[in-house]
Design a protein around this ligand. Structure first.
Ligand code: ADP
Length: 782
């Protein structure tokens, strides 16, 4: 509410802004002017409304008079009997006035009930006071007591000269009620009147106080009505004290903050206003500012203090809105001579700001901890690229204390050879370009280190450049390892180059050697074939003549020695020796043939007469070639086991015969008794020939080496001269089989037998249908 005493007229009372509490209406200390009349204090129209309403509700007549019985208001609810009949007569009017006067006198101490002098109707009254001065009476009545004798009233009507018929009719309309009910109405009226009296006095006192305030303000110079309004409407809670420490302003914002109305605080002094903040009278900042106390209350956190002014913050615990953090500023008010004439204090609720500050501080603290404990160095630069923040890691990295880095230009931290690069980065950052790059930095001691830098420009909320932020990771170790690796790689590359050079040289040498070897090989083959040819001619003669001499000797000369034991024995020895010459010459021929075959194959001069062949036909021919051998060895059974359909091969049939004959001869040669079996199978892709025997077997360690040249399994020479081999047969077999893309290998169990496997790839299907051998000829035994 405003504290403007000149505001609109309030109900009932002139010159008063509000209804005062009943307790204030005791008049103590209040000067009541003698000449003040009822109509000066109350608004008669308002009072009239109240009187009319009361009369209508209570069903009584009512009127307010001055202490002398003169009406102040218009009659309410008056009966026709009293108004128009009794008061119409002179006697009746005089009786009524007299009654009213005596009622007024009788009700000074409290409600009074009686009967009127005129018709004896029930009347009641109560008095209205202003302070201790009696200023009016409030009358009610014109009610017929139910127990009353109406004839006595009619008799009174006759006595004052009223028309009896009209009198009786009017009397019938007079309200009737019990005396008790009427008494209650009078009591209610009395309480009502007392309340109005108290109200009038309270408001008068208020008005008086406000007048005084106005005078005080006038003294303080706050005469300007606008200024008063300004203070009242200031958004910050504000109070003003005069030089005696009395509250002369308590604005709306302060009412809202404290929940205490201005009217209850205006005029309060002796630090009583502190109750609104602390629950008990307490000096405020303003009391310090105006010099009423020598030091501010210890609960204030003072941020600024001067001769006439003080700024502090404090937590208020007893405000209606709960705990609030407030900021207050108080200054002394001085008059033109410099004398203190009061003080003003403005308060600002900073709870939200405080909470926001606390949250911000906590958030900053959190981020500071994160930054401080970060493994990366963090450096913040201002617009001049000078350090404004460096975390511990950053400082450690460069050998500074964090504070030592502040204010230094970032170039202080850059290795000299990287300064041009750093300047280029700076220019880019200034253009708003972020980047991640590797940089060489310089420690405080001048040492160098490598860092991986992630740099970005910093802007304020308006987008203005604030500088830059950099995150630094020490990558010196990584760089060293990279360098070592690079060196290592270079060394390796050099070594590889050198080796490659050597290898190239060696390859060239090998190629040359190869050429020489090929030449030598060719020369060797040419030599061998020449030598073999030259050897074969005399050998043929030796063989022929040895055979001829042997036959002649045996047939012509040996019979001549018959009967002469010594000559006979000598003749047989000559025949045996001739036989040795013959066999050795035969063996030498085989050897020369084998050597010639092998050298032809190896030198590539072999003439392969390849053609489509039906393998079974060829194999049968090969089997027949050992028929003579088998005939001499009846203890050996030969089995030829062939599947019905064997695909064609594309090869020289003589070479196939040579391979298989060699294997069959070996099988017979190294088998005393038992079986030699040739098996022929196919899987569609190749023809597989196995020559197995039940002979002496081959040690496992020699299963591969027997395919080498001149390799013979070492065992006591138990073979006959005729069976002695050259050690070249299997080598030739291997060469032939490999020439046709096939494979040859041996399996064996010592003492139980051996098996030689030959696998030769078939002719592709599109090369023509295979000739299917005669089924009846399969599994035959020659
Ligand atoms: P050779 O003319 O000596 O038979 P080969 O090259 O044909 O020459 O055979 C080499 C050696 O392999 C033979 O001397 C023999 O020791 C061994 N060998 C070959 N076939 C058999 C076999 N069926 N049983 C046992 N040993 C064999």
């Amino acid at each position: 509410m405003t504290i403007d005493p000149t505001g609109a007229k309030a109900l009932l009372q002139k010159d008063c802004p509000r209804e005062a509490g009943a307790g204030e209406a005791d008049g103590v200390g209040t000067e009541v002017p003698d000449d003040l009349r009822f109509e000066d204090i109350f608004i008669l129209e308002d009072i009239q409304g109240l009187q009319d309403a009361f009369a209508a509700a209570a069903k009584v007549a009512s009127l307010i008079t001055d202490p002398d019985g003169r009406p102040l208001t218009r009659p309410s609810n008056f009966t026709t009997l009293c108004q128009d009949i009794i008061r119409a007569t002179a006697k009746g009017r005089a009786d009524c006035l007299h009654s009213d006067q005596s009622l007024g006198k009788a009700c000074l101490a409290g409600p009074f009930i009686g009967t009127c002098l005129s018709a004896g109707l029930l009347d009641g009254a109560t008095s209205i006071h202003f302070g201790d001065r009696h200023i009016a009476n409030w009358l009610v009545g014109q009610v017929l007591d139910e127990t009353m004798d109406t004839e006595a009233i009619v008799a009174y009507g006759r006595s004052i000269g009223a028309d009896e018929t009209a009198f009786r009719r009017a009397l019938d309309q007079v309200p009737r009620m019990s005396r008790e009910r009427f008494a209650k109405i009078c009591q209610a009226l009395d309480r009502f009147a007392r309340h109005i009296s108290a109200l009038a006095l309270g408001n008068h006192q208020q008005a008086q106080r406000i007048r005084e305030l106005r005078q005080t303000r006038d003294r303080l110079g706050i005469r300007d009505r606008n200024l008063a309004d300004i203070i009242d409407f200031l958004p910050d809670p504000t109070l003003v004290l005069d030089e005696d420490g009395t509250v002369i302003f308590w604005n709306r914002a302060l009412e809202k903050l404290t929940g205490v109305a201005a009217v209850d605080m205006l005029g309060k002094s002796d630090f009583a206003y502190g109750t609104a903040f602390y629950g008990s009278p307490t000096p405020l900042l303003v009391d310090y500012a105006r010099g009423a106390v020598s030091r501010p209350d210890p609960r204030y956190a003072v941020t600024e203090i001067g001769a006439d002014a003080i700024i502090a913050e404090v937590t208020l615990l007893s405000l209606p809105g709960g705990d609030r953090q407030v900021w207050g500023k108080a200054v002394a008010l001085r008059d033109g001579t410099g004398r203190i004439i009061g003080g003003i204090e403005t308060i600002r609720d900073v709870t939200e700001r405080h909470q926001a500050d606390t949250a911000l501080r906590e958030s900053e603290e959190k981020f500071r901890r994160i930054v401080e404990t970060a493994h990366e160095g963090v450096l913040v630069l201002d617009g001049d690229f000078k350090a404004t923040f460096a975390n511990r890691r950053m400082a450690d990295m460069l050998g500074y204390a964090p504070d030592d880095m502040l204010g230094r230009h970032f170039e202080d931290f850059v290795a000299d050879d990287h300064l041009p690069l750093a300047r280029e980065r700076e220019a880019r950052l200034r253009q708003g370009e972020s980047g991640v790059f590797e940089h060489r930095l310089k420690t405080r001691e001048g040492g160098g280190l490598w860092a991986l830098v992630s740099a970005s420009p910093l802007y304020d909320v308006s987008g203005a450049s604030l500088g830059a932020l950099g995150m630094f990771t020490d990558i010196t170790d990584r760089k060293r390892i990279e360098e070592e690796l690079a060196n290592h790689r270079h060394r390796l590359e050099a070594e590889v180059e050198e080796r490659t050079r050597d290898l190239r040289l060696q390859a060239m040498e090998l190629a040359e050697a190869n050429i020489r070897m090929s030449e030598l090989d060719r020369l060797k083959s040419a030599f061998l074939s020449t030598v073999s040819h030259e050897l074969r001619t005399p050998l043929t003669s030796i063989l022929g003549f040895a055979k001829l001499i042997g036959r002649d000797f045996t047939e012509q000369f040996l019979p001549l020695a018959s009967g002469q034991a010594a000559l006979e024995a000598r003749g047989r020895r000559i025949a045996d020796n001739l036989s040795v010459v013959f066999h050795e010459a035969e063996r030498l021929t085989r050897l020369i043939n084998d050597v010639l075959d092998l050298s032809r194959i190896e030198s590539g001069s072999m003439h392969w007469r390849d053609r489509r062949i039906a393998p079974l036909d060829v194999l049968r021919t090969a089997a027949r070639s050992i028929a003579g051998l088998l005939a001499a060895r009846p203890e050996i059974v030969f089995v030829f086991d062939a599947t019905e359909q064997v695909p064609d091969l594309f090869m020289d049939p003589d070479q196939l015969i040579q391979v298989v004959s060699n294997l069959l001869q070996n099988a017979v040669k190294f088998t005393r008794t038992g079986e030699v079996r040739m098996t022929v199978r196919t899987d569609g892709e190749a023809v597989q020939i196995v020559v197995a025997d039940s002979g002496i077997g081959i040690p496992e360690s020699e299963l591969e080496s027997i395919f080498g040249k001149f390799h013979q399994v070492g065992r006591g020479d138990t073979l006959s001269d005729a069976a002695k081999g050259t050690g070249l047969g299997l080598a030739i077999c291997g060469q032939i089989v490999r020439h046709y893309g096939g494979r040859i290998w041996a399996t064996s169990r010592l003492g139980q037998g051996s098996a030689f496997h030959v696998r030769l790839p078939c002719l592709a299907q599109e090369e023509g249908p295979a000739r299917i051998p005669d089924a009846a000829k399969c599994a035959e035994t020659p």
